[in-house]
Design a protein around this ligand. Structure first.
Ligand SMILES: Cc1cc2nc3c(=O)[nH]c(=O)nc-3n(C[C@H](O)[C@H](O)[C@H](O)COP(=O)(O)OP(=O)(O)OC[C@H]3O[C@@H](n4cnc5c(N)ncnc54)[C@H](O)[C@@H]3O)c2cc1C
Length: 480
């Protein structure tokens, strides 16, 4: 059986990996230069515990199981997962009712270990919290990860297990005959297919329409963020701090990032359908972020800002995920409308999709005997080996001692390894190695990375991209 997965975000990548456990032919197609560069690139990166979503919704169904599955993924794919726990704060007596509701919902959804904490207990755990807090709902299973890293690692492992990967190819047509999937056409190639998995993020409604299905329309809900300097404010909070939720979502939060920074945001702003591509930040948006974050942690020092950015959630009128078989087109399966907690739910959706495909297509897949679930991460010499071992490594491999990114101490060897594993852009290197991710956000290393990328790919510096198709880094001839 030939299966085409459209979309290499966190959902499509994990689905593709899961399908590679079986004797089927799997191709993953993404229009971007790299994996994980859609919605999965810019979000809060939280593994939600699972108390937010109403029982009976697909969001509730997949969130708690997805959260649990991250422990296995961490071990198999060597991705970063930190179970730092989350607090939803109460400031007024009426917020206590909200905490109570969330607690009950969490119990119904199967969330383990939740507790309502007193003011003293919270302040012990989070000394910088707003002193007007009166209680919190604490969920120890909540955590953080790096969404793009999850997607990249899943695809690397899937490729080892037979996945065919087509990047920089946009699906422009889905071929159906008598209401059955027959193939997929991109702007470059044609693929035969018996099954198409629609994991196209913000554009999954477009893919559904292309296949002749009735689409659930998706509009972008923008979220703006502020990132603070990990070297100076890393101990501002130890866990994920939420305000009481509103009808627009979980609210503006303060949380640590996996590599030690502090993230403030996101806003929640519905934009028209035609603005799906928009990832700009705005003055009012950033002001809202600051106001919301200071309500939780009044001592935030904005002089420590290193970056602002925005992401867009694929928001649907029914506010739920759209997972499962098409009612109209045989062979079309949706893993769509992935708003929050899509990152958390992704491994559980990936676990479900092969079952759904077999049931839908009335087939039984044979398991591969030789599926290898393990993937090794790129060695980061400054944290992954001892100083003594590192001294020995450098003697044999001088490039492992040549620092390219000074902030995060990323070496040329790591950059070369990232390129070997598929990075073709600056973002590709950044998201695999954390070069350009430090205090200077690439101020000191961009030129060095461009030189290495140019040398290794044989492309001139003017031809290289930051991340997306039109994002050339220089706009004219560069003197050698
Ligand atoms: C502001 C914000 C905060 C969030 N916070 C959290 C959080 O803390 N925790 C959580 O669990 N979830 C969170 N989410 C949700 C989570 O980020 C998403 O659910 C998840 O990243 C969606 O992944 P995806 O694979 O469905 O989509 P994407 O990552 O967008 O992947 C879809 C891919 O499809 C490709 N594609 C689209 N059309 C085509 C085409 N025609 N041809 C080829 N390729 C195509 C795109 O290039 C893209 O790479 C947040 C989202 C946002 C925006």
């Amino acid at each position: 059986m030939k299966i085409v997965v459209i979309g290499g975000g966190v959902v499509g990548s994990l689905v593709a990996r899961e399908l590679c456990k079986y004797e089927v032919d799997v191709t993953l197609i993404d229009k971007n230069f790299d994996i994980g560069m859609g919605v999965s690139k810019a979000n809060s990166a939280i593994l939600h515990a699972g108390y937010d979503d109403e029982a009976g919704t697909q969001r509730a169904k997949f969130c708690v199981r997805g959260n649990e599955l991250y422990t296995k993924l961490e071990e198999e794919l060597e991705i970063d997962v930190k179970r730092i726990g989350s607090h939803v704060l109460a400031f007024k007596n009426e917020d206590l009712n909200t905490l109570d509701e969330l607690y009950k919902r969490g119990i119904e959804n199967g969330v383990p270990g939740m507790r309502i904490l007193t003011k003293d207990e919270i302040q012990d755990m989070e000394p910088n919290i707003n002193p007007s807090v009166i209680a919190s709902l604490y969920a120890p299973t909540a955590g953080i990860t790096e969404p793009w890293q999850v997607a990249i690692a899943a695809v690397e492992n899937a490729q080892k297990n037979g996945l065919k990967l087509a990047l920089n190819e946009e699906v422009i047509k889905i071929v159906t005959v008598d209401g059955k999937i027959k193939g997929v056409e991109t702007d470059k190639n044609e693929y035969d297919a018996d099954v198409v998995i629609n994991a196209a993020g913000l554009y999954s409604d477009k893919i559904a329409t292309m296949a002749g299905d009735v689409a659930i329309p998706l509009h972008p809900r923008r979220g703006e963020y502020v990132l603070l300097n990990k070297f100076t404010v890393h101990d501002l909070v130890n866990s994920i701090i939420f305000p009481p939720p509103s009808k627009m979502g979980k609210g503006i939060l303060v949380l640590p990032t996996v590599d030690g920074g502090i993230l403030l945001g996101p806003t929640s702003e519905d934009l028209p359908y035609v603005m799906k591509f928009d990832r700009s930040t705005t003055k009012p948006g950033i002001e809202k972020v600051v106001e919301g974050a200071k309500r939780l942690i009044p001592g935030i020092d904005l002089r420590e800002t290193v970056k602002t950015f925005a992401g867009s959630r694929p928001e649907s009128p029914n506010k739920d995920f759209w997972i499962g078989r098409s009612k109209k087109i045989k062979g079309l399966v949706h893993a769509a409308a992935m708003r929050s907690p899509g990152l958390t739910a992704a491994p559980a959706i990936a676990e479900f999709i092969p079952e759904e495909v077999q049931d839908f297509m009335e087939v039984k897949f044979e398991k591969k005997n030789d599926f290898d679930p393990k993937r090794k991460r790129i060695v980061h010499y400054f944290t992954d080996v001892s100083k003594e071992e590192y001294d020995e490594i450098i003697k044999k491999d001088p490039l492992a001692g040549k620092i390219v990114c000074v902030c995060n101490k990323v070496t040329e060897r790591e950059v070369l390894e990232a390129i070997k594993r598929g990075a073709t852009t600056l973002d590709g290197i950044k998201f695999r190695t954390r070069a350009m991710f430090g205090e200077c956000q690439g101020g000191f290393c961009t030129n060095k990375l461009l030189e290495i990328l140019s040398r290794e790919t044989g492309k001139s510096i003017e031809e290289l991209h930051y991340g997306t198709k039109k994002s050339y880094v220089v706009n004219g001839k560069v003197r050698p």
